[in-house]
Design a protein around this ligand. Structure first.
Ligand code: C5J
Length: 229
């Protein structure tokens, strides 16, 4: 099904069968107290508002049978995939691999690294562990998307200016058309979110497009009107 929606800086058209939703790092470690985000001194309550819109977006993607990728930033328990420079971030005792209220901070398999329940993956959806900020760095994401003939990506998740923007830039350089859903992403710093939206869509969409969730989440009747075939 081909859809065209209002977006900035211009309308965004995509074929649902050739598009994937990429939900970035909706993990307890970033969204809840006691995780990596808070360990770095952030006010994690700033992210709560994007959970419900992200869930609506996920429900919509599922309803149109779109491919879904859930990324999680998490490291191997032996930290072999964590560069020393990254390991030094944060206060001693609250660094990656240190024990916290949700298990070892940012370590795969610990409860902090898991997704918030609202955004839990369903069977058949891709869960992609990534050691970096970008979803393409040291992962098989590009191959996975190419095998499925995917050419457009819809992005949501946290944080807007770090893992979401990095992943969008990586995807844009690889030739994917990238759309960021405004309400379904958040930052610990609201002005960084706004700056990222502005950056993405500046210069004629130099990194991609942004759109409001309402442009996608429409009832069946208007969805049929929007569908060109
Ligand atoms: C950060 C992320 N902020 N998912 N990760 O370290 O944006």
């Amino acid at each position: 099904m081909e859809l065209g929606i209002n977006a900035q800086p211009a309308p965004f058209s995509f074929e649902t069968t050739r598009t994937a939703l990429v939900m970035i790092d909706m993990q307890r470690d970033f969204l809840l107290p006691g995780g990596f985000g808070e360990a770095l001194g952030n006010d994690v309550s700033q992210l709560a508002g994007c959970i419900s819109p992200a869930r609506q977006l996920l429900d919509w993607a599922r309803s149109v049978r779109m491919s879904v990728v859930h990324t999680k930033e998490a490291h191997a328990p032996d930290l072999s995939d964590c560069p020393p420079a990254k390991l030094q971030r944060g206060a001693p005792g609250k660094r990656i691999g240190d024990p916290g209220p949700m298990g070892r901070i940012l370590i795969d398999g610990e409860s902090g690294s898991d997704f918030v329940p609202e955004l839990a993956p369903l069977a058949g959806e891709r869960v992609l562990r990534k050691p970096g900020k970008g979803a393409f760095y040291a992962t098989d994401l590009d191959d996975w998307l190419q095998k499925r003939n995917i050419s457009s990506l819809i992005f949501a998740g946290v944080t807007t200016e770090v893992c979401v923007q990095t992943s969008m830039r990586e995807a844009n350089d690889r030739g994917y058309n990238c759309l960021l859903i405004e309400e379904a992403t958040a930052s610990y710093f609201p002005h960084f979110k706004q700056a990222t939206l502005d950056m993405v869509r500046a210069q004629g969409g130099i990194v991609g497009w942004t759109a409001s969730l309402g442009e996608l989440i429409v009832d069946r009747e208007s969805l049929n009107v929007k569908a060109r075939k």
